[in-house]
Design a protein. Structure first.
Length: 99
């Protein structure tokens, strides 16, 4: 592998990492923010926190579904980025013909 090919490969890896991190950052923020919000409601309202949460924020089940979708999206995005990276960086070699 030449120096130029190595440099392109390094830049490509860095770009793929940035795209992945840029894609999952809002999802991670949303997950952490929602968990933090639920924890604050638990501390503030004690045993009646679920009723108060649903009064101000809406269904707790919907919030948990959003978290599950975000986690699933992070995992699937990881698989897709890995698959695309492998597909685009695979070295194409000629197959040897067996005689």
């Amino acid at each position: 592998m030449s120096y130029k090919a190595l440099a392109i490969s390094w830049k490509y890896k860095f770009m793929v990492a940035l795209v992945y991190l840029g894609g999952i950052s809002p999802l991670i923020y949303m997950i952490i923010h929602e968990i933090w919000r639920e924890r604050n409601f638990q501390k503030l309202y004690g045993a009646n926190w679920v009723a108060e949460y649903e009064k101000y924020r809406g269904s707790l089940v919907h919030a948990h579904i959003k978290i599950a979708i975000a986690v699933t999206t992070i995992i699937l995005l990881g698989f897709v980025v890995h698959w695309l990276y492998r597909k685009t960086t695979r070295i194409k070699r000629k197959r040897r013909e067996h005689h």
